[in-house]
Design a protein around this ligand. Sequence first.
Ligand SMILES: Nc1ncnc2c1ncn2[C@@H]1O[C@H](COP(=O)(O)OP(=O)(O)OP(=O)(O)O)[C@@H](O)[C@H]1O
Length: 237
Amino acid sequence: MISVRNLTHRYGDAVAVDEVSLTVDDGSFVLLAGPNGSGKTTLVRQFNGLLSPDSGTVEVNGRPVEEDVVAARTAVGMVFQDPRDGFVASTVGADVAFGPENLGLDRAEITRRVESALAAVRMADRADDRIEALSGGERERVAIAGALAMEPDHLVLDEPFTGLDWPARTAVLDRLEHLRDSGTGIVVVTHDLRDVSALADRTVVMSEGCVELDSPAPSPARLRELGVRPPDSGRGC
Ligand SMILES: Nc1ncnc2c1ncn2[C@@H]1O[C@H](COP(=O)(O)OP(=O)(O)OP(=O)(O)O)[C@@H](O)[C@H]1O
């Protein structure tokens, strides 16, 4: 479980996250939405110690993140949009294998994880491709595969679908659903609730650094009020 209590984060004098409390249970799927600048990324970056709160606490599996950042980073996998600088190897397979290798797993387990993660992002036949030759969406898929291969207790994806084509998006959503069903806590930060909301146990909406809504089935009217496009609002063009 990820447990956030009264968390405040400031950049200089500006309050980006304001006294937020939130829990993400094992095996739950939380959508985190809200307008630009509402504090979503600042909040989720605290889940594995990428940012530290000015006040308040974050615990992962009952342990404060600041006590053991390595444990928090193993327990909470994160994928951010536009992962251009996040690659450590020159080929797809080597990059996805890097994390599991650092966990000290045996070769057969590493191979299993890499193959399974690449299949989940529809890149099973691309292990030998050079990352520098991939498109933006393909790089995003490799970043997602890298997080999946770690098999973390929780997975946080910040705008993961922006560059993904429909088959890749569907495949990733299928994997997320399967992971959720097998006990992984999932947080998806998104502006686009359309096909993700069917999987979500809760939708949390932030506004100006605060949690304004936390509901299993938010009404379209309330979502619109908070600046979030409801999932059933049609194509809008
Ligand atoms: N590194 C930074 N330095 C100063 N201010 C920052 C920094 N990062 C974010 N902010 C500010 O903090 C607030 C929250 O930003 P954050 O990125 O968490 O919002 P968000 O909800 O994830 O936005 P978006 O939907 O646009 O990604 C914004 O006002 C933003 O300008």
